[in-house]
Write a protein that binds this ligand. Structure first.
Ligand code: UD1
Length: 430
């Protein structure tokens, strides 16, 4: 049971380089299955979610060569099974992209229901609706999703609500289908565009990614490619908020500022100075934070994956702020933990009201999910005294070298390995 021990308060200063996007990597790596050649992918973040999805491809039979820490060469030509067992799929949410990729390549897939962060009910009805519209038969039995098709045939698909996962999965399944697939009300997140660019670099014909209408003209064959993944929007946003919460001055490098507009706008509204350059953003805070309200929305709205981190900042600002969570049903669980550090908030369903002006103090807390964990790291760096954050495996799913990056910015953060207390060890103590 490893944990972070953080002593605060810290003023973060200096430069940090953002890694490749987790949510793009976990879509692009399964997309390699669709290729008939070797794909070399660069700027892959070295995080546990990527290790798991890579292990799944390896278990299916792909040959995988690690060129360096952030580059993989994947040859999918020896994939010999279309079954992804529970032991692998349960370890991450994005394992459901194996369904679209295997179905798109082999016309069949049998994948266990996915795991991942507990953010409330996470249905897959829109994914299934998409597969069925393409001509697949989908059956769910014993927590396995079983898809088969004689042929996949392009079709118009309207998504009742904007879903990143369904948009990705339909793109994967449709890219080699016969004819034209049109996804209406598609998600517009940066990683949707990155996946489309990756598939197009393999010979796909996908148009309109980044808008709510994506057209996929099916192609019979996809070839190998060289590709570099975009920088991580949420990792960048997390360091921006960390700078703001610690009265810091941080240059966040290797970013696409356009992807960060909704986050920059909120920080500016709160009185934080944000300077935008070609591929970096400097965030400077003098500690005078103003209240503001947030409503999470699909891209280009304010991302739900930044909601817990920004809420830490709101609890330190002058005045009362209201946060409305429109994407997930259960994304305020971190507040119970952060109350131990002095956060004051009232939650009513999808709305949380944050009382500002809180003086945070160090405390032991438990990361309840990935972004909640990131919020706790930020709070601990802003707080007076020592904090211990448990369940850091959540955080390490999505943040590459977080200890090294924060230490370089001046944080006092250590990763401690705590041996499991086995019954034998406990007996020795007593
Ligand atoms: C992705 C991100 C996640 C982020 C979320 C929203 C990845 C790997 N994960 O998750 O970090 O928080 O987008 O930006 O990219 N829904 C349905 N039916 C479906 C699918 C979704 O009702 O079939 C609902 C969900 O319950 C949720 C909303 O649609 O309320 C958005 O979910 P979705 O965009 O699909 O999220 P994920 O792709 O799982």
């Amino acid at each position: 049971m490893d944990k972070f021990v953080i002593n605060g308060p810290t003023r973060l200063t200096g430069e940090v380089t953002i890694s490749g996007a987790k949510n793009a990597a976990v879509a692009i790596i399964p997309a390699v299955i669709l290729s008939d050649g070797i794909c070399r992918i660069e700027n892959i973040p070295n995080i546990s979610d990527v290790h798991i999805i890579t292990q799944i491809l390896y278990a299916l039979g792909a040959d995988i060569k690690r060129v360096n820490l952030n580059t993989l060469e994947i040859d999918p030509r020896n994939i010999h099974t279309t079954v992804v067992p529970h032991e692998l799929a349960k370890r991450m949410r994005a394992s459901y992209y194996l369904i679209g990729a295997l179905l798109g390549k082999f016309n069949k897939a049998r994948v266990s229901m996915p795991g991942g962060c507990d953010l409330g009910i996470r249905p897959m009805d829109l994914h299934i609706k998409g597969f069925e519209a393409l001509g697949a038969t989908v059956k769910t039995e014993n927590a396995m999703i079983n898809c088969t098709a004689d042929n996949l045939i392009g079709s118009p698909i309207y998504l009742d609500m904007v879903s990143v996962g369904a948009t990705v999965n339909i793109m994967l399944a449709a890219v080699k289908a016969y004819g034209l697939t049109v996804i209406e009300n598609a998600a517009k997140e940066p990683h949707i565009v990155d996946l489309a660019n990756f598939l197009n670099s393999m010979g796909a014909d996908i148009r309109g990614a980044g808008t709510d209408l994506i057209k996929i003209y099916g192609v019979p064959k996809l070839h190998g490619t060289n590709y570099s993944i975009i920088p991580d929007q949420i990792e960048a946003g997390t360091y921006m908020v960390a700078a703001a919460a610690t009265n810091g001055d941080v240059l966040v490098k290797n970013v696409i500022p356009k992807h960060l507009e909704s986050i920059s706008a909120k920080l500016e509204e709160m009185g934080v100075q944000v300077e935008e350059y070609d591929d970096s953003i400097r965030v400077i805070s003098n500690g005078n934070l103003r209240r503001c309200n947030i409503k999470t929305m699909p891209h280009p709205g304010f991302p739900t994956d930044m909601q817990p981190q920004l809420s830490v900042l709101l609890s330190m600002a002058e005045g009362t702020s209201i946060v409305t969570e429109n994407v997930w049903g259960n994304r305020f669980r971190y507040i119970d933990e952060l109350r131990r550090m002095g956060m004051k908030a009232v939650v009513d369903g999808q709305v949380a009201v944050f009382e500002g002006g809180c003086k945070l103090t160090g405390a032991p807390v438990m990361a309840t999910d990935l972004r909640a964990g990131a919020a706790m790291v930020i709070a601990a760096m802003a707080a007076q005294g020592q904090s211990e954050i448990e369940n850091i495996y959540h955080i390490e799913r999505g943040y590459e070298n977080i200890v090294e990056k924060l230490t370089a910015l001046g944080a006092d953060i250590k990763r401690i390995t705590v041996p499991d207390e086995t019954p034998k060890a406990a007996a020795r103590v007593s």
